[in-house]
Structures are given as structure tokens and as C-alpha cells.
Design a protein. Structure first.
Length: 297
């Protein structure tokens, strides 16, 4: 019972930390706005501090008030809400697809050592390919695919491109988790005539959960980044990525709309990571540090 108070206090502080960090960010934002000259600071011909005019760095409250400005038949806030929800749906699909592919690859590499040795270098090298160069290729290939009589849709290319970023952390984290059970635990199941499949279900996968969850948090952020970049690269309308381009073209006089769109995109990552954190709470019983005392195949 006495431990509940510190535990509750720790949860409160974990909630207050993001709020305090956001308040500090706003304070630094306004400090830069107040201290740095409007034209920035240059040493010779090299600019060392950015411009702080309203066209380059609006006040933080201007980013909030711009949400009420009209944008066609609606407001800027409504436009950002609609486009952000579209991107969030694609990011969720990308997170699911990337997670399935990553876990499947990890299980395959854990089962066959030869597959791990042959496949792991290519998994690592795959992440060195620039996403902006990959996006047009995926969109071009997808345009030639027909699934159950239905032509490939542009949003499918975005999901595939974003899942390309997701599968890597999930595959690496899951593989390390599957290899984490102690040798004694594996031998105990083998002595009970448990085969590879039973060992996977009852030992390796539960032991991998504490490794998978942090990888999913990374994958959630990667899904949002991949979706936004894919929308921009493929020119797909309807998402927050395309909206950033539209507002950037309108930011000559005031960049508040552009900053609002960028912040909305960042909040998508927070939302998706929060959903993964909920899954972490549900799977908390699998966080057993003592289970991973060694490595076995």
C-alpha cells in the first residue's frame, strides 16, 4: 500500500513531462522571436541565425489563431483535421502491414540461421535507400497491378512506402526478442516434447513482447513520416503531406498556416505512439526481465 503513492506520483510526472517540454519549446520559440533580428544574423555571406519575421517565424499564438481563418468553404483547422485523419488512417494501415512483415521476417530468421545470415545484410541495406527515390517506383509499379479486378489505388502506394520504414525496427526488435530466452528455458520445453512451434508460442513470443513494443513505438513514428513523405513524393491529395505543400505555397506573407500543418503532422506521430502505448499497458504482464537471461536458437 505505501508504494502506491510513489507509483501514482511517477505516473503524474510522466504526464507532466510532455507538457513541460511543450511549454519550454514555446518559451524558446518566443525568446528567439524576441532576441534574434527580423533579418537573422549573418557572418559575412553566411547566415548563422534564421530570420524571425512573421513571414519566416510567426508568433506561437498566431499558429493557433490561424486555425480559425477561412480556407475556401471551411476553416484552416477543419482542413487540417480532415487531411490529418486521412494520413492517420494510412499510417495505421502502414503500421499494421509493416508489423506483420517485420514479425514474419523475424520468425523466419530465428527459425533458420542460414536465412538470418543471408537476409539480415539486405534488411539493413534496404534502409539506406532514400524514400523520396523509392516512392515514384512503388507508385509506378502499383499502377500496373490489379487486385481482384480492382485497379491499384494511390493510397495503397502510400501504405506500402510507409510500411517500408516500419518493418525494419519491428524485424530487428522481434528477432532479438525471439532469441532472448535462456537456454535452460528452451531445453525445459524440449524435454517436455515441445516442438519449435510450441516453443515459439509459449516461450519465444511472450519473451519477445518487451522487445517488440519499443520497436512498435519507433515504427509508429516511422509510419507517419513515411506517409507524409509518400504523399508529397507521389503527389497524392487528401493528406497532411500534400496540405503542407499547399500551405507552403501560401506562406509568402505569413507562415502560420505552414507551421500549423507541420505541427499537425507531428501530432499524428504522438497519437499513433499513444495507441502503441495502450497496447503496452495491455501486454504489461509479459514484461518479465528474468525471462531473457541468455540467447538460444
Amino acid at each position: 500500500m505505501p508504494r502506491s503513492v510513489p507509483a501514482a506520483g511517477g505516473r503524474i510526472w510522466r504526464l507532466l513531462y510532455p507538457i513541460a517540454a511543450f511549454a519550454l519549446l514555446i518559451a524558446v520559440w518566443e525568446l528567439v522571436k524576441a532576441v534574434v533580428p527580423a533579418n537573422g544574423v549573418s557572418v559575412g555571406s553566411q547566415r548563422v541565425l534564421p530570420r524571425t519575421s512573421d513571414g519566416a517565424l510567426p508568433h506561437s499564438w498566431a499558429v493557433l489563431t490561424v486555425l480559425r481563418e477561412p480556407d475556401g468553404r471551411t476553416t484552416v483547422g477543419a482542413t487540417l483535421s480532415h487531411t490529418a485523419s486521412f494520413t492517420l488512417e494510412l499510417a495505421l494501415l502502414a503500421l499494421g502491414l509493416g508489423t506483420l512483415v517485420g514479425i514474419a521476417l523475424a520468425v523466419l530468421m530465428q527459425r533458420f540461421e542460414l536465412v538470418e545470415r543471408g537476409l539480415m545484410p539486405y534488411v539493413v541495406v534496404s534502409q539506406t535507400i532514400p524514400l523520396i527515390a523509392l516512392a515514384p517506383l512503388v507508385a509506378g509499379w502499383g499502377g500496373k497491378i490489379v487486385i481482384a479486378g480492382q485497379p491499384w489505388q494511390p493510397w495503397m502506394s502510400i501504405v506500402v512506402i510507409a510500411s517500408y520504414l516500419v518493418f525494419f525496427p519491428v524485424a530487428i526488435g522481434t528477432l532479438r526478442g525471439l532469441q532472448s530466452p535462456a537456454e535452460a528455458s528452451v531445453e525445459l520445453l524440449h524435454s517436455c516434447a515441445a516442438g519449435w512451434w510450441a516453443t515459439l508460442l509459449h516461450l519465444r513470443l511472450p519473451a519477445a513482447v518487451p522487445h517488440i513494443l519499443p520497436a512498435l513505438r519507433l515504427g509508429a513514428a516511422a509510419a507517419v513520416i513515411g506517409s507524409v513523405v509518400a504523399e508529397i513524393s507521389t503527389g497524392t491529395a487528401g493528406g497532411i503531406g500534400r496540405q503542407i505543400i499547399v500551405f507552403s505555397q501560401q506562406s509568402t506573407g505569413n507562415a502560420a498556416r505552414l507551421y500549423a500543418a507541420v505541427i499537425a503532422a507531428a501530432l499524428l506521430g504522438v497519437v499513433l505512439t499513444g495507441l502503441v502505448s495502450l497496447a503496452e499497458v495491455l501486454l504489461r504482464r509479459y514484461a518479465r526481465p528474468g525471462l531473457s537471461a541468455g540467447s538460444a536458437r
